[in-house]
Design a protein around this ligand. Structure first.
Ligand code: PLP
Length: 432
């Protein structure tokens, strides 16, 4: 249940790589036969990745993974005095790079999501200024699975002549990538999130994009990324991409969505639970939810009547602190495998540990800094308060997940929640 952290190799991927660790171990830059065999394998893999991105083979650059791709986009394009627009729900591979660049004189604007987890393209447009050189927005959020409107953002970028990078690490293999349709100049993906090997990634770099390489040395990857090619990794990545393209066509994704939905509705039977990032709330006959709602009472979107109850939501310029009914007929687009659930009156970390003991791996969606567990920056940006953000867990299904897996999770989670709530200082109202 933690596929967004990483995925296992599919057997076909393992098999495709095997010869390139052993008998076909050549360096793709060598001119002898072994080198030519390795080069041919890399070329074939590049063609497959071009099909995966919907771009030309010459626009594919292999690297070490999503973090490198994200870093390469930002450090490769931004210089002191430039303005950079991104969002407050990006992965740390973007946020930390942006922080470094800000220290070096790049001005950074972080666009906040709506309470649903969606980024409003109009907010991106409003953030632009004449110095803006780059926009970077993720395709799918790693914690909520919410799919961002990258195509609309691409149109905005194109209209004003600004470069556009997409971190597609969590979308790749779950939705079809089409960098032409997205209108981006750069797009980063990572093999280990899609049943490929760890330590290998790829970036689409649109022809003519003036990006400075992050790693310099030899003339590999058309001088865009130096270093001896990881031939087995590249071959395995291409095999994983091939299988991912098949899985986008063969009914795997709707099957996964059905499993996720069954898991989600089963979990929502537990009292005091809700989904983070599932519905676009709209007040019946009234205005849409204010963007900067920060009350943390994100409402309980699980009501089967199709209504979302906002209890005591107050934010500057928004609706007053009364009980309101919100229409919840607009589901937020999400990748098929992810749901993020809050559980009132317990600590998410305690539930992660309790479930781990039962053999269920989930993620708290929180980062550990110097021993202190920080609530998720994504959920906080969506307007959850610290307590609810800490009490939220991400369930992300592997493509190989079965009905039996979901049955087991639905058996152990309610028991664990009940047990922890009985012990919880949060539940007892004695938490500091
Ligand atoms: N971007 C997103 C959205 C991610 O979820 C991750 C990994 O969790 C990364 C980037 C980093 O990718 P990698 O692990 O390949 O460095």
């Amino acid at each position: 249940m933690d596929a967004n952290a990483t995925t296992p190799l599919l057997p076909e991927v393992m098999e495709s790589m095997r010869p390139y660790w052993m008998e076909r171990f050549g360096n793709a830059s060598s001119i002898h036969l072994a080198g030519q065999q390795a080069r041919a394998a890399v070329d074939r893999a590049r063609d497959t990745m071009a099909e995966f991105f919907n771009c030309h083979a010459a626009e594919v650059v292999f690297n070490s993974g999503g973090t490198e791709g994200d870093n390469a986009a930002l450090f490769g394009l931004l210089r002191p005095g430039d303005h950079f627009v991104t969002t407050s729900i990006e992965h740390s591979a973007i946020l930390e790079a942006a922080r470094r660049l800000a220290d070096k004189g790049v001005e950074v604007t972080y666009v906040a999501p709506q309470p649903s987890g969606l980024i409003d393209p109009e907010e991106i447009r409003r953030a632009l200024c004449p110095e803006t050189r780059l926009i970077s927005v993720m395709l799918a959020n790693n914690e909520t699975g919410v799919l961002q409107p990258v195509e609309a953002i691409g149109q905005i970028a194109r209209a004003v002549g600004v470069f556009f990078h997409i971190d597609a690490v969590q979308g790749a293999g779950k939705v079809s990538l089409d960098v032409r349709r997205f209108g981006c100049h750069l797009c980063s993906i990572s093999a280990h999130k899609m049943h490929g090997p760890k330590g290998i990634g790829a970036m689409f770099v649109r022809r003519g994009t003036p990006i400075e390489p992050l790693v310099v040395g030899g003339s590999h990857e058309r001088r865009q990324r130096a270093g001896t090619e990881n031939v087995p990794g590249i071959v395995g990545f291409a095999k994983a991409a091939e299988l991912a393209m098949e899985s986008l066509e063969d009914g795997t994704i709707p099957r996964l969505a059905k499993l996720r939905d069954r898991l989600e509705s089963g979990l929502l039977q537990i009292p005091g639970t809700g989904v983070n990032g599932s519905l676009i709330p709209q007040m019946l006959g009234g205005p849409s939810l204010p963007r900067s709602c920060s009350c943390g009472k994100g409402g309980n979107p699980r009501t089967s009547t199709g209504f979302l109850h906002m209890d005591g939501c107050a934010s500057a310029g928004g609706p007053g602190p009364d009980s309101r009914t919100w229409e919840s007929t607009n589901p937020v687009p999400r990748v098929a495998n992810t749901t993020n659930i809050w559980f009132d009156q317990l600590e998410g970390e305690a539930l992660v540990i309790a479930l781990d003991l039962k053999g269920v791996a989930v993620s708290g969606g929180s980062a550990c800094h110097s021993g202190a567990t920080e609530p998720s920056h994504v959920l906080m940006a969506m307007g959850l308060d610290k307590t609810r953000a800490r009490a939220s867990l991400r369930f992300s299904l592997l493509k190989t997940a079965t009905e039996a897996d979901v049955d087991y999770v639905l058996q152990v989670v309610p028991e664990a929640v009940e047990h922890l709530r009985a012990l919880s200082p949060v539940a007892a109202g004695t938490a500091g």
